[in-house]
Design a protein. Structure first.
Length: 331
C-alpha cells in the first residue's frame, strides 16, 4: 500500500514538474522520505532529459592556492584551523604556466570546463591580478570554459572576471541556514548569500551548491535546495562529505548511498533545468553506483580529482557517461 501511494505521489509530482510547475517544500520533503528509490530516480531522469538535455558537463578543478584559509568550516581540510593536521599540502598561488598547462591538459583530455579554485576568504589584490592574468592566457589560447572560485568577492571584481570571459563563479552555501552555525563560526550564511547575489548582479553564471553528510537532517537538505533555487543558480554542485582527519567532522558517519541518490533526485525535482553536478565524495560513497546518478537527476560531474583528494581519471568518467547512453560536449 505504501509503495502504491509512493508511486502515485511521485508520478503526480513528476507530471506537475514536467508541465512546468514548481515543487512545494512539503512535496519535496515527502519525495525525500520515499523508500522507492527506483521510481524517484526514473522520474528525476525524465525531468533531467526534458529540461537539461542529454549532455553531461564534465568539469575539472585546479587547486590553485591550497590551505591556510582563515575560515573555520568544520568539514574543510584547507581551513587554517585544521590544515596542519589534515595531511594536505599547503602552497601559495601556483605559477601561471602551471595553471594554464593544467587547463590545456584537461581540455585535451575531454573536459568541458575548468575551474580555478583558491582557498581564500576573499582574494587579495595582488593575487587577484595574477589570477586575472592567468584567465586571460587561458581564454586566449584555449577553448575550454573557465570558471573560478575565490571566496567572497566584490561587485567590482566580479565584473572584472565577467569582462575577462569567465563563465561561472562558484560560491556554495554549504548547508542550510538553520544548520550553518553548527559548521562555521567565522562567517554567516548571509555572507554567502550576499556573494551569490553579487555574482548574478555582475552577469556571471552562478555555481552554488553544498555538502550533504555534515550531520544535517533530511529537512535541512531540502531547505538548502530551496535556498539555492531562490538564488537562481545555473549550476548546483552537490558534495558528499569526505570525513577528513584533523577536522571536527573526522568521525562523522558516512551518508548512506540510497540517501545520497534520493537527495540528488529530489534536488532535480526542485531545480529542473540546472546543471546538477555531483562533486566530491562520489567515488568514495557511491562506488559502483556512480553511473546510476547520471540516470537519477545529475547531469554534471567533477572529474580528475578534487581540491585535496584524488578522483576518477577523466577517461574513466567519459566512458561512464557513454555507458549510460549520454554525451559530453566533446562527443
Ligand atoms: S571558506 Fe572555503 S576554503 Fe575556507 S575553510 Fe571554508 S570551505 Fe574551506
Amino acid at each position: 500500500m505504501t509503495d502504491h501511494v509512493d508511486v502515485s505521489f511521485i508520478r503526480r509530482i513528476t507530471d506537475k514538474v514536467l508541465a512546468g510547475g514548481d515543487v512545494e517544500f512539503a512535496e519535496a520533503e515527502q519525495l525525500l522520505s520515499t523508500e522507492n528509490v527506483g521510481t524517484l530516480s526514473e522520474c528525476a531522469n525524465m525531468i533531467t532529459r526534458k529540461f537539461a538535455g542529454d549532455v553531461v558537463d564534465v568539469e575539472t578543478l585546479v587547486n590553485a592556492k591550497s590551505g591556510r584559509c582563515p575560515e573555520d568550516c568544520s568539514f574543510c581540510a584547507q581551513s587554517a584551523f585544521y590544515d596542519s593536521h589534515s595531511g594536505i599540502s599547503r602552497y601559495p598561488l601556483l605559477p601561471k604556466q602551471v595553471i594554464v598547462d593544467q587547463a590545456k591538459k584537461d581540455q585535451q583530455g575531454g573536459a568541458s570546463s575548468f575551474c580555478l579554485v583558491c582557498a581564500y576568504r576573499s582574494p587579495p589584490e595582488e593575487e587577484f591580478e595574477k589570477i586575472c592574468d592567468c584567465i586571460e592566457e587561458i581564454k586566449r589560447t584555449l577553448s575550454i570554459d573557465v570558471n573560478v572560485s575565490l571566496g567572497f568577492i566584490t561587485l567590482e571584481k566580479a565584473k572584472r572576471l565577467k569582462s575577462l570571459g569567465v563563465k561561472r563563479y562558484n560560491h556554495n552555501l554549504e548547508t542550510s541556514e538553520t544548520f550553518f552555525r553548527q559548521i562555521c563560526k567565522t562567517h554567516d550564511f548571509s555572507d554567502r548569500v550576499r556573494t551569490a547575489k553579487i555574482v548574478k548582479e555582475a552577469g556571471l553564471e552562478l555555481c552554488c551548491g553544498g555538502i550533504i553528510g555534515l550531520g544535517e537532517t533530511p529537512l535541512q537538505r531540502i531547505e538548502l535546495a530551496f535556498a539555492i533555487r531562490s538564488l537562481r543558480a545555473d549550476e548546483v554542485p552537490i558534495n558528499i562529505l569526505i570525513a577528513r582527519q584533523g577536522t571536527p567532522l573526522a568521525y562523522q558517519s558516512p551518508v548512506n548511498p540510497a540517501d545520497a541518490i534520493k537527495t540528488i533526485a529530489v534536488w532535480r525535482f526542485i531545480m529542473p533545468s540546472v546543471i546538477l553536478k555531483i562533486a566530491g565524495g562520489r567515488e568514495i560513497h557511491l562506488t559502483d553506483q556512480q553511473a546510476m546518478i547520471l540516470k537519477a537527476g545529475a547531469n554534471g560531474i567533477i572529474s580528475g580529482g578534487y581540491l585535496t583528494t584524488g578522483g576518477n581519471k577523466i577517461e574513466e568518467d567519459l566512458s561512464m557517461v557513454k555507458s549510460v547512453g549520454l554525451k559530453t560536449k566533446q562527443s
